[in-house]
Design a protein around this ligand. Structure first.
Ligand code: KG4
Ligand code: ZN
Length: 354
């Protein structure tokens, strides 16, 4: 019986510098340590992530997040089976910092290195919850990955393969939240601010478009939604964001439009594939209205919902370490030492397993 696969992982694809140690034993992950240094506050003033600033901050934080993860995990380098870092998708210069750092660490420790796909991290992130069943017991699952950069429906499998069956044609769901929040004067990143502002609003007060709801396929489109908000703000509020009840109603209605489409497409994908487990992951999966809508839809159809814990929805290294441990344990995969980062790395398209 082989022992656990213990993975040290680093994540620097955007504006979080993270390091983690995860043990995978019989398909059951255990987080030994997970450290996240968020730079969100550094970028807020610019209304978005500034790549140069992110890169400099990663270089500053990588050493200490690594030391902290190894110390709090109570592990020595000799205990580590494989080292990983996100190789894509993400900001090129930000990816390079963590990827180069982790390869150097692996060489110094005499350990193999395996680059991780950030999206695969989100795909497996719900299994980090100690209450989740082990991956082999689930076998195959549908994942709805909703983040600032991606909106995907993908099939994940416990043998380490995956397949995308639906994605956005334009903006990601998180982008729709962020752009809406910016127009409504709620700052950046705005997803959680918009959710908070929506709390006492009426979701049926304004009728926002549900992009591609009746397209019959699993594609998403959110760009029309922000245009509709801009037009509505111009017509009804003189181009500026209102306050009080009107703001709450706008936020609640805007949020409802995004949630309705995500829930409808996930339900359609479950029916089409016949899968019985839905994994909900990515930063937008923190949203309580989305979690509630999917819990209701899954409950109605007898589907098991595995929603990633909020701390594993936003970017973290535990999911990256699990993705690598999962793949390494399944197939012994390692990366060549001259592996490069890939800012546009995707998941495998339908019909092509990776
Ligand atoms: O997964 P993530 O941390 O980074 C990417 O890989 O993109 O996702 C960040 C995104 C941002 O767009 C942020 O506004 C959104 O997740 N987000 C939320 C909430 N919390 C974070 N969107 C809606 N409601 C939330 N509570
Ligand atoms: Zn992410």
């Amino acid at each position: 019986m082989p022992g656990p696969t213990i993975c040290f992982g680093v994540e620097t694809s955007c504006d979080e510098t993270a390091a983690a140690v995860v043990a995978l034993d019989g398909g059951r992950p255990r987080i030994l340590a997970s450290v996240v240094a968020s730079q969100a506050g550094r970028h807020a003033a610019y209304g978005g992530v500034v790549p140069e600033l992110a890169t400099r901050e990663h270089l500053r934080a990588l050493d200490w997040v690594t030391d902290e993860a190894m110390r709090s995990g109570g592990v020595a380098w000799r205990d580590i089976t494989v080292v990983t870092a996100t190789r894509g998708p993400g900001l090129a210069s930000a990816l390079m910092t963590g990827h180069s750092f982790a390869r150097a660490v692996a060489i110094a420790a005499g350990k193999p290195f395996l680059g991780s796909n950030h999206l695969e991290g989100h795909l497996v992130s719900a299994f980090l919850d100690p209450g989740a069943p082990p991956m082999p017991d689930v076998g195959e699952w549908l994942a709805l990955v909703v983040s600032g950069g991606h909106t995907l429906l993908a099939i994940g499998r416990s043998d380490g393969t995956h397949e995308v069956i639906g994605s956005t044609l334009d903006d990601a769901a998180g982008e729709a939240f962020d752009k809406g929040a910016k127009m409504l004067g709620l700052g950046y990143p705005g997803g959680s601010a918009l959710e908070a502002a929506a709390r006492h609003g009426d979701p049926s007060a304004y009728d926002f478009p549900r992009g591609m709801l009746r397209s019959g396929d699993l594609s998403f489109s959110f760009s029309g939604l922000k245009t509709a908000l801009r037009i509505l703000l111009g017509k009804r509020f003189g181009g500026t964001a209102p306050a009080g009840k009107a703001l709450a109603d706008l936020c609640a209605s805007y949020q409802r439009a995004i949630v309705d489409v995500l829930a409808a497409k996930a339900t359609m994908a479950l029916r089409q594939t016949g899968l019985r487990t839905l994994v909900l992951a990515g930063g937008v999966a923190c949203n309580a209205a989305l979690r509630a809508a999917l819990a209701e839809a899954c409950g109605r159809d007898g589907i098991r919902l595995l929603a990633a814990r909020p701390e594993h929805c936003t970017d973290n290294a535990a999911m990256i370490a699990l993705a690598a441990a999962w793949r390494h344990a399944a197939s012994g995969a390692v990366s060549p030492w001259d592996e490069d980062v890939d800012p546009n790395l995707g998941l495998a398209p339908a019909g092509q397993k990776v």
